[in-house]
Design a protein around this ligand. Structure first.
Ligand SMILES: [Fe+2]
Length: 158
């Protein structure tokens, strides 16, 4: 990776690792949702509720610092700008939703369920499906930047 691409290898690695962490949390949330209403893994609920917000915030902060500005510089005009705005809006939405998910997980871990099990499952699924789609879009953008950084300089001259 050339430095001129703006993406240094250690930052690519951090962005990818954050995505892996988020997707792992999504799988854990799916396991919790699949277990409702009878099989509630209280330890898993505690573990996920303890890391969800911090993992999300860490990933989002790095993306907004490094990834989004680079994606915003790519050709595509207003379409690209709208796309970045959309990703930023999703970050805001996901942070708010994560707080509700954490509350639901803490309630489950304590043996309760403030809304119906179906409602809790619906909330969890809505959250992790949104995060998975969001991460997939960012992975595509990151892969595009990495690929462009690996091309010979002659291909960049137009
Ligand atoms: Fe993101």
């Amino acid at each position: 990776m050339k430095e001129s691409s703006g993406l240094q290898p250690q930052n690519i690695e951090k962005l990818r690792r954050n995505h892996i962490d988020l997707l792992k949390l999504c799988s854990q949330l799916e396991a919790i949702a699949d277990g409702l209403p009878a099989r509630i893994d209280e330890r898993l609920c505690v573990n996920v509720s303890g890391t969800l917000v911090s993992s999300l915030e860490r990933a989002q902060a790095l993306e907004e610092l490094i990834l989004f500005p680079l994606l915003g510089q790519k050709p595509g005009g207003s379409n690209r700008a709208v796309s970045i705005e959309h990703l930023v809006a999703e970050h805001r939405h996901d942070r708010l939703a994560a707080v509700e998910v954490v509350h639901a997980l803490q309630t489950l871990a304590a043996g309760g369920c403030e809304i119906s099990p179906d409602g809790t499952g619906y909330m969890l699924r809505g959250f992790f499906e949104c995060v998975r789609r969001h991460v997939a879009a960012e992975q595509t953008g990151l892969a595009m930047l990495v690929d462009e950084g690996r091309r010979p300089a002659v291909n960049k001259i137009k």
